[in-house]
Design a protein around this ligand. Structure first.
Ligand code: EPU
Length: 315
């Protein structure tokens, strides 16, 4: 594409044709036409305004943990908030203020160090705070019936816990370059979705509570152990491929279709958790998309359920 490169050359450190396979946990993806890591909000602002003026598409990447990127790559600018400016993290009293580029693991660690509880369930989720908020990342876990009185005694229910439950306010930049702070009541979260995808997230404030450090550590270990036991980290992946249908696990449905171990090229359905597709070496986006189509078809035929991808497909 023929963009006026002058505007991008004024931004420090712009890279051309940056291989996205190096920036995604799937280790899949062709080049980003432009890759920029703005050093602060002023640089981000000029980049966004310039791109808007010239009609250049922008995508924001976090830890690259929930993305399947086309083999042919991406036109336009990929923004990564990986500079120190966007990775500041500060704890005070019962809250943590955290830049969008901070890894969830660092946020959990900080909370533990300051004896702040309420965030342990994010342990083991690979992602940045900005990425996790945009897609309202989280977990599903079994809860005792007593915690949910509306359910018949004896029946287990799956409770969804997401990062949106514990965030108090979020600072964002809109795609006209304006900075604003969205308060709790202006934030709209539902399962794996938020109203933050119209913005670039800058930082977020989490409201937590004082808790015994030992208890926090035990909780963290419980979540990490569960993941280790039930999920496959032997090869690169993008985490769960599909969202869960209400009160159901997509992994369970795919498993019941007998699809564990199915492969196309080097893309392989995990033997441990059927909602994970692994890259066994040189998998292409096309191979993964082939498996996604196959899984959707089989689950629809067997259970009448339309699975919806949780991962973002960049093409
Ligand atoms: N199951 C199977 N076969 C499988 C996978 C699961 O029978 O191949 C069964 C399990 O035995 C269990 C039930 O399905 O009885 C639920 O499994 P699990 O606890 O692994 O939870 P999930 O609903 O499959 C969700 C999230 C995960 C999160 C886990 C643990 C989604 C799409 N997935 O999975 O999140 O780590 O709970 O809290 O919401 C992600 O979003 O990328 C992700 C991995």
């Amino acid at each position: 594409m023929n963009y006026p490169l002058g505007l991008l050359e004024r931004i420090n450190g712009v890279k051309f044709n940056e291989p996205l396979a190096e920036h995604t946990t799937f280790k899949i993806g062709g080049p980003a036409e432009f890759w920029v890591e703005p050093q602060d909000t002023a640089e981000l602002n000029s980049l966004i305004k310039a791109a808007k003026n010239k009609n250049i598409p922008i995508l924001v990447i976090g830890a690259g943990s929930n993305i399947l990127c086309a083999d042919s790559g991406i036109k336009g600018i990929v923004i990564s908030l990986n500079s120190d400016y966007f990775k500041k993290i500060e704890a005070k009293k019962d809250e943590i203020l955290c830049g969008a580029g901070v890894r969830l693991a660092s946020l959990v660690e900080k909370a533990h160090a300051f004896a702040l509880g309420g965030i342990e369930f994010l342990s083991g989720i690979p992602g940045t705070v900005g990425g996790a908020l945009t897609m309202n990342a989280g977990i599903s876990e079994n809860v005792r019936v007593s915690e949910c009185q509306s359910v018949r005694e004896g029946k287990k229910i799956r409770k969804i816990r997401s990062i949106g439950d514990i965030v108090e306010e979020v600072s964002v930049m809109d795609y006209a370059g304006n900075i604003m702070t969205l308060k709790r009541k202006e934030l709209d979260f539902s399962y794996r979705r938020s109203n933050l995808s119209d913005y670039v997230i800058l930082d977020a404030n989490f409201k937590l509570f004082k808790k015994d450090k030992e208890e926090i550590k035990n909780e963290i270990n419980k979540y990490l152990d569960y993941r280790k036991r039930t999920q496959d980290i032997s090869s690169p992946s993008a985490g769960c491929i599909f969202k869960n249908p209400p009160q159901e696990s997509s992994g369970r449905l795919i498993d019941l279709c007998g699809l564990k171990g199915k492969s196309i090229g080097d893309a392989f359905i995990s033997l441990k958790h059927a909602n994970f597709i692994l890259n066994k070496g040189r998998a292409k986006a096309e191979d993964v998309l082939g498996l996604i189509t196959l899984v959707k078809r089989e689950v629809k035929v067997r259970f009448g359920v339309d699975l919806e991808p949780e991962i973002k497909i960049w093409q």
